[in-house]
Design a protein around this ligand. Structure first.
Ligand SMILES: [Zn+2]
Ligand SMILES: [Zn+2]
Length: 312
């Protein structure tokens, strides 16, 4: 009798530990694409009551999950924001492309842990300086397991200058079509680019133009036989912009005002029930941890958490 009880106990313990060891078994995601729309304020995106400037994402709301209290908690500039997203660590990294991230990115760790080919991880950016995201100063990771990059003019990377988002979008479709990477990050330079020039109308147009690219990208994914039903698309920002009345308002960013910190995350994919808004506060580093979870690898240096509500 005692032995039977002991056997039952062992069996129950085994069953519980199996479930713990395999938390991924129900995930359908095999591919993750992150789109970073550079520098809109929440007040002109999801925070605008009629979603006037993001009609395309707004029409996808019933399929997606919106994080309404998503934050940049580090330095509210482009390279630091992107670095937090891909490494899971807020780092006071140089914003001009003169410094590499101190920690390995999701691209490098994915390639190492999953024995992924270089063409399985892509960095496709309008801003040339973001090519730094491919590498790390960590001696264990420096020049190893790097993703392929197509950043800046001609896709040639550091020092070539910014290119138009329309060019980046063509590159995105070509690369996804050809390589079907498991993990890709896309950076669009608008609306940040026009806002810095003080052109309010072009800033709003930049929000809507990038919104349109996101919608076309989601359509591409839904119509692609490899990506369909297996791909998560995360749409977020590197930083916001100053709230009205702070410094030069929407023209600038970089401090800790509400407008600079408050950004958005909208998630579409086969593992989420749509038509939901999550009000719990999350931050950029949580994207790195959540992407690692969805692609079934560990990211030990990340300070982020897995955004469990996504999967409920
Ligand atoms: Zn930026
Ligand atoms: Zn600010």
């Amino acid at each position: 009798m005692k032995l039977k009880l002991l056997n039952t106990l062992i069996l129950v313990t085994l069953l519980i530990s199996c479930r713990k060891d395999n938390p991924y078994k129900n995930l359908k995601t095999e591919f993750v694409i992150i789109v970073v729309i550079d520098g809109p304020r929440y007040s002109e995106t999801w925070g605008e009551i009629n979603h006037t400037y993001i009609p395309y994402q707004s029409s996808l709301y019933n399929q997606g999950v919106l994080f309404a209290n998503f934050q940049n908690t580090g330095i509210t500039s482009t390279t630091p924001g992107h670095t937090a997203i891909v490494t899971g660590v807020n780092q006071a990294i140089d914003n001009t492309g003169q410094e590499l991230p101190a920690n390995p990115s999701i691209f490098q760790v994915w390639r190492k842990e999953k024995a992924g080919a270089a063409s399985g991880a892509w960095l496709i950016c309008s801003k040339d300086k973001l090519a730094v995201l491919a590498n790390s100063t960590d001696p264990s990771w420096s020049n190893q397991y790097m993703p392929l990059t197509n950043c800046g003019l001609g896709g040639l990377g550091l020092g070539t200058g910014y290119r138009d988002d329309s060019t980046t979008f063509v590159e995105v479709l070509n690369i996804l079509n050809q390589d079907h990477p498991n993990l890709a990050l896309v950076n669009f330079r608008e609306p940040d680019y026009s806002a810095h020039q003080g052109n309010w109308q072009a800033y709003l147009n930049g929000i809507t133009q990038t919104d349109n690219y996101v919608s076309q990208l989601w359509s591409f994914i839904q119509n692609d036989p490899i990506y369909k039903g297996k791909t998560t698309l995360l749409i977020t920002n590197d930083h916001g912009r100053h709230s009205n009345g702070i410094a030069n308002g929407y023209l600038g960013h970089g401090d800790d005002c509400h407008g600079c910190r408050h950004i958005s995350l909208f998630a579409l994919g086969p593992d989420f029930k749509g038509n939901r808004t999550i009000s719990k506060s999350y931050e950029q580093v949580d994207i790195a941890s959540t992407v690692a979870y969805m692609l079934r690898f560990k990211l030990p240096k990340s300070k982020g958490v897995i955004m469990r509500e996504l999967f409920e």
